[in-house]
Design a protein. Structure first.
Length: 204
């Protein structure tokens, strides 16, 4: 499927200076979307915050949807990198410890400005590239979780494959929604409650 030019950068920086300009635009966009929301987060505001002309911004991105999509893709990549770091580390000795590791990794990936997270979740264009990245990440994470659960004798669920999907989907949904809410949340309490819920489910 061909890429939609309306949702992708117009050019990839080839020089250090150009890459720095691109990063300034993305960082400014993150601040603008968080402060003003999606509707009022105009390209003019983004350019002003980035300290570049609107013409310079349009050299890199055709519109704010393309900028928001790139922020969302970077968010997904950050989540995948965080998961990979945890996977490469030493495994906890208990299923409860494993669940705490999973929840901590998800929360860590959502500690950026909750207002920006809410804009990305609700407004980012669902491009084929984004959906493919999401499905690929989910498949890899579910397979890894399934393999890990099989290493713990205390895990008593009859269908480990389905259990892995339930755990990952629940973590994603709950952390996304609660952390992105307007009201502040006690992250340690959220972590403890999710870990207790998953541990009871796996070991009952």
């Amino acid at each position: 499927m061909p890429r939609d030019p309306r949702l992708h950068p117009r050019k990839q920086p080839r020089q250090v200076r150009a890459e720095l300009t691109r990063r300034r635009i993305l960082e400014a966009a993150a601040q603008v979307f968080a402060e003003y929301g999606y509707a009022a987060g105009t390209t003019n505001r983004i350019a002003e915050h980035a300290g570049v002309s609107i013409g310079s911004l349009y050299q890199y991105y055709p519109n704010k949807d393309a900028i928001l999509l790139e922020l969302m893709l970077a968010h997904l990549d950050s989540g995948a990198e965080e998961a990979a770091r945890h996977q490469a580390g030493e495994l906890p000795g208990t299923a409860e410890g494993l669940m705490r590791l999973f929840v901590q990794a998800a929360v860590a990936n959502h500690l950026e400005d909750p207002r920006l997270l809410r804009v990305m979740v609700e407004q980012a264009p669902r491009s084929p590239e984004l959906l493919q990245r999401v499905y690929q990440f989910k498949d890899q994470r579910n397979a890894h979780t399934r393999d890990l659960l099989r290493r713990y004798p205390e895990v008593r669920v009859s269908d480990v494959e389905t259990a892995a999907r339930i755990i990952n989907a629940t973590i994603e949904l709950v952390v996304h929604q609660i952390v992105a809410e307007h009201e502040p949340v006690d992250l340690r309490r959220l972590e403890d409650e999710l870990v207790a819920m998953f541990t009871r489910y796996l070991t009952a």
